[in-house]
Design a protein around this ligand. Structure first.
Ligand code: K1U
Ligand code: ZN
Length: 167
């Protein structure tokens, strides 16, 4: 296994749209396993391949306290969504920034697992939020892009200053 480098906002590569994985192979399983190790060591509760500069549709997630309930979604699709939730989100690509984002409260997601088998999962609470956040990454969207343009430009200035000071 390996710990991968996580791209940091506003890296342009975070805006790349991921392509579907045509066949689940040993290389896909190795990527899922490296992504899981990267997510656990960060630590985080989710990670999209986009964040490690791999532009394929794969997400890993584990919202359990015990870090033993890994979920892997390959080619995920939200097939139904309902309700509304306003929850504080964080992102390993935007460290130190937490903002409330409005999303669907309940989603039904269809995906492939690491054996290439299809499954459907119904989610609400943090799991539903995390699925939507990670699927946005696969579409090239970072959660801060839901904020007003004033908040986004202040955030970019703050991150630039922080990087200058820590370089
Ligand atoms: O996409 C990412 O960068 C992962 C992100 C997922 C997420 C969390 C909360 C709301 C929406 C999406 C994170 O994991 S941020 C870090 C975090 O939430 C966390 C870190 C340590 C312990 C528990 C949670
Ligand atoms: Zn994120």
């Amino acid at each position: 296994m390996a710990i991968l480098k996580i791209l940091q906002y506003p890296d342009e590569r975070l805006h790349t749209v991921a392509v579907p994985i045509p066949v689940v192979t040993a290389a896909t399983r190795k990527l899922a396993s490296d992504m899981a190790e990267t997510m656990y060591s960060a630590p985080g509760v989710g990670l999209a391949a986009t964040q490690v500069d791999v532009h394929q549709q794969i997400i890993v997630m584990d919202i359990s306290e015990t870090q033993d309930q890994l979920l892997v979604f390959i080619n995920p699709e939200i097939i139904a969504s309902s309700g509304e939730s306003m929850c504080e989100e964080g992102c390993l690509s935007v460290p130190g920034v937490y903002e409330k984002i409005r999303r669907a409260g309940h989603v039904t997601v269809h995906a492939l697992n690491t054996h290439g088998e299809s499954f459907t999962l119904e989610a609400d609470g943090l799991l539903a939020i995390c699925i939507q956040h990670e699927m946005d990454h696969l579409k090239g969207k970072v959660f801060v892009e839901y904020l007003s343009s004033l908040k986004q430009s202040r955030l970019r200035a703050k991150l630039k200053k922080h990087r200058r000071e820590t370089m």
